[in-house]
Structure formats: structure tokens, C-alpha cells
Design a protein around this ligand. Structure first.
Ligand code: HEC
Ligand code: HEC
Length: 373
């Protein structure tokens, strides 16, 4: 202790704190862009790594970072707030006060569950990564997991808001210079300085390095096991030559798994007036294509788009994908001129923006559209 200051937060502890802040906000911002999904997931894994570190650091780290040093007694929590109001220049503890003890505990576990719900969602909705095996049986839970993930994120955001407010009150009202504590490691409080042991520093650094490597691995190595999709490219030509030939003449081939079977039957029954065109298919050819479409319809697929389009269209027999609410919502941020540009020409020209669309792939990371109006 010198000049009434105690060294409480080790370098690694402070580093993890700020890395957590950066990666959390980076994953939050990237979540708004479907095409940045891999980056979002990479940051999410980083956040998860930092939360896990917090738990382990709380078991083996320096004194004030240890869970055993935290104060969880409710009586002290009540006293903390009473004293806060009554005594502006009260003494603060070197380690966590009761309020920040509870905060750190809750934020860590809610953070862990938030990341886990994200990994599950990544598997059941997108069919990606280590949890992609869940897609097969649990794809219909995608809405629920999406909600859980989002609710947890907003709980975390609210907590961060309170945390920052609390720190600012400490800084400017109680004048405890709290902001600097997480920068320099020194806190205006009485206590014994921490002396992180060599093995703590060594393993802590190694772990942090490992989390960085993991981040770069996930983001930069194509098709790595943490992001790999369970959905393979589909060779429609090999599966049904006539479908591939007849249905890719005027527009890109539309994968059968995007529409429910009743919609396909309806579309084929109106082949003489297909958006003012006559498809002119012989009866047997039309029947054969229809059978193929029905056999591979949205009902048979566990993909996100299949599930959501099927949910919306169900028995209505509609077959214009671009008129569905789902399609309109997912494309609402794209300026109208883009669809009329030379490169795209029409809304129905899915392939202009969705790479590998004609082989049945509709993943977020395959969106090649760049705002080039
Ligand atoms: C003679 C030209 C032609 C052929 C051949 C053709 N289509 Fe179309 N199709 C159109 C036109 C025109 C539209 C309207 C959308 C557009 O402007 O591109 C359309 C739209 C569609 C849509 C709706 C796309 C959207 O915007 O949501 C589906 C689904 C579709 N066609 C399926 C098929 C299938 C299946 C076949 C093969 C049996 C087929 N089409 C063959 C001309 C054709
Ligand atoms: C002008 C480019 C463009 C065209 C044309 C286009 N899309 Fe998209 N699509 C996008 C973009 C960009 C997104 C991501 C939107 C976002 O950030 O939320 C997207 C998202 C989607 C999604 C949601 C993906 C997911 O996993 O959430 C589906 C499904 C989709 N498009 C289907 C289609 C289909 C089917 C067609 C053709 C009928 C089509 N799109 C035509 C640009 C386009």
C-alpha cells in the first residue's frame, strides 16, 4: 500500500476486463448484419472464453479476484446502500463490495448462459458448428432460442448500464477514482497489495493467448469445425435433370426446399400461366418435375428459410417467395434501386446476392451483396 492506494487488479485481470468489454460490444454490433454472422460468432466465442476465465480466475487468481473474497451477505449489501446514501466519503473495501460482488457473479453466469444459448441457436437455426447435430430434431425451437439469446443479451446490456452508472457515481460523487482502478490496478482503499504468482501469470497469459488463437481460427479458417454447415451443396442436375433444365431457363433455379408441397402443386397446376409465361411442359414432364418438387419441399427440410417460409405459407398455396412477409422483412434494409441495378435486375434474381443459391445453399455467410448503388 502506498499513498493510501492498494494494488488490487492484476494486469491480466484488467486486460481480461477490457477484452471482455470490446468483444461483447463487437459481437453485439455484428449481430445486426446477417452477412457478418461468422464474425459475430467469433466474437461470441471470445466473450465466452473471457467469462470462463473469470470463473477460473476466481478460483486460482490473486486475492481480490477470488470468489472466496467476494461479499455475498445480504445484510452487508443492505448496509452498503445505506452507507452510500448517508456517508459520501465512506471508506471503500479494497476488493469487491457486496453490490459489485453480486454484480460480478450474476454478469458472469448470465454471460455464460447467453453465449451457450447463442451456440445452441447457431446449431439449431443455421445448422452450423459443433451444435449443428441439434438442427435435425430441434429446428422448430429456433424462435424460442432466438428469444432466449436476445433477452439474455438485453439483460446484460441493462446490467452494463447500471455498472457504468455505479462506477461514475463512485468516480464523481464519492470521489473514489474508481475508473482509474481498472486502468492502473490501484484502488483508493486500505488493503494488502496483490503479488500475482509466476504460475498464475504464466497460465493466465497462455489462456488469453489461446482465446485469441481460437478467435482467429474460427474467423479465418474456412469450414472449420466450429462454423462448418451441415448442409452440403445439392447437385440438382444429377438429382433431376429436367427440373434443373426447365426451371433455370428464365430465372435462377429455385431450390425445392424453399416452398411447401402445396405451393409447388399449385405452381405446377398453373404452368400455362406462370407469371404471364407458358412453361409449355408436356403432361408427363410436368408431373415428373412436380413429384420431384413435392418430394424435396420445405416440409422435408430443417433449414431456417424452409421452416420460416413453411410456417408462413402453410396451406395458403402461395408460391411467390418475394411476396412473403419473411422475405420482405429480411430484405427490407436493401434500397429499392439495388434490385433494379444492372447487376441484380429483379428481386427474384436471388443468385445475384446469394452465392451457391442454385445448389441449395442459403447461409448468411454466402450473402455476396455489397451496397453498390
Ligand atoms: C418461360 C420462363 C420461365 C420458366 C421456364 C420458369 N419460370 Fe418461374 N418465373 C418466371 C417469371 C417471369 C417469374 C416472375 C419473377 C421474375 O420476374 O423473375 C417467375 C417466378 C417464379 C417463382 C417465384 C419467384 C419469386 O419471385 O418469389 C417461382 C417459385 C418459380 N418461378 C418457379 C419456377 C419453376 C419451379 C419452374 C420450372 C418448372 C419455372 N419457374 C420455370 C418465368 C419462368
Ligand atoms: C439485392 C440482393 C438480394 C437479392 C436479389 C436477394 N437477396 Fe436474400 N438477402 C440479401 C441480404 C443482404 C440478406 C441479409 C439481410 C440482413 O442483413 O438481414 C438476405 C437474406 C435472405 C434470407 C435470410 C437468410 C437468413 O439466414 O436469415 C433469405 C432466406 C433470403 N435472403 C432469400 C432470398 C431469396 C429466396 C431470394 C430470391 C427470390 C433473395 N433472397 C434475393 C440480399 C438479396
Amino acid at each position: 500500500m502506498k499513498n493510501n492506494q492498494t494494488y488490487v487488479w492484476s494486469f491480466l485481470g484488467r486486460l481480461s476486463h477490457w477484452l471482455l468489454v470490446i468483444s461483447f460490444f463487437a459481437s453485439y454490433i455484428t449481430s445486426f448484419y446477417e452477412e457478418l454472422l461468422t464474425l459475430h460468432v467469433s466474437f461470441g466465442i471470445f466473450v465466452f472464453g473471457m467469462f470462463l476465465k473469470k470463473i477460473v480466475w476466481g478460483l486460482i487468481g490473486p486475492k481480490y479476484a477470488r470468489w472466496s473474497d467476494f461479499d455475498f451477505t445480504l445484510k452487508n449489501l443492505k448496509f452498503y446502500f445505506t452507507e452510500k446514501i448517508e456517508n459520501r466519503y465512506r471508506e471503500i473495501p479494497a476488493g469487491h463490495n457486496p453490490a459489485s460482488s453480486w454484480f460480478a457473479f450474476l454478469v458472469t453466469w448470465i454471460g455464460i448462459f447467453c453465449c451457450l444459448s447463442g451456440f445452441i441457436l447457431y446449431g439449431i437455426q443455421e445448422g452450423n458448428g459443433l451444435t449443428s447435430f441439434l438442427n435435425k430434431n430441434y429446428y422448430s425451437l429456433m424462435y424460442i432460442y432466438d428469444d432466449i439469446h436476445i433477452i439474455l443479451v438485453y439483460i446484460l446490456l441493462a446490467m452494463i448500464f447500471f455498472h457504468i452508472s455505479g462506477v461514475l457515481v463512485e468516480q464523481f460523487y464519492h470521489k473514489t477514482n474508481m475508473v482509474m482502478a481498472m486502468v492502473s490496478g490501484y484502488k483508493k482503499a486500505k488493503g494488502t497489495d496483490i503479488k500475482p504468482r509466476f504460475c498464475m501469470v504464466f497460465f493466465g497469459s497462455l489462456y488469453t493467448f489461446f482465446v485469441f488463437i481460437l478467435f482467429f481460427y474460427v474467423y479465418f479458417i474456412p469450414d472449420n469445425i466450429l462454423i462448418k454447415s451441415k448442409f452440403e451443396k445439392i447437385d440438382y442436375k444429377a438429382m433431376h435433370k429436367d427440373f434443373q433444365f426447365e426451371c433455370s431457363d428464365c430465372h435462377n433455379l429455385i431450390p425445392p426446399h424453399l416452398l411447401p408441397k402445396d405451393s409447388w402443386t399449385e405452381l405446377m397446376s398453373r404452368q400455362d400461366n406462370h407469371y404471364d409465361e407458358d412453361l409449355n411442359l408436356s403432361k408427363s414432364l410436368a408431373k415428373s418435375i412436380e413429384t420431384f418438387l413435392v418430394e424435396n419441399s420445405a416440409e422435408k427440410s430443417t433449414r431456417e428459410a424452409s421452416f420460416k417460409l413453411h410456417e408462413e405459407i402453410k396451406d395458403s398455396k402461395k408460391f411467390t417467395i418475394t411476396k412473403t412477409q419473411y422475405w420482405i422483412n429480411t430484405h427490407k434494409n436493401i434500397p429499392k434501386e439495388v434490385f433494379k441495378s444492372d447487376k441484380v435486375e429483379s428481386k427474384s434474381n436471388c443468385i445475384a446476392c446469394h452465392k451457391d443459391f442454385e445448389v441449395g445453399i442459403l447461409s448468411d455467410t454466402n450473402i455476396t451483396y455489397i451496397n453498390n448503388k
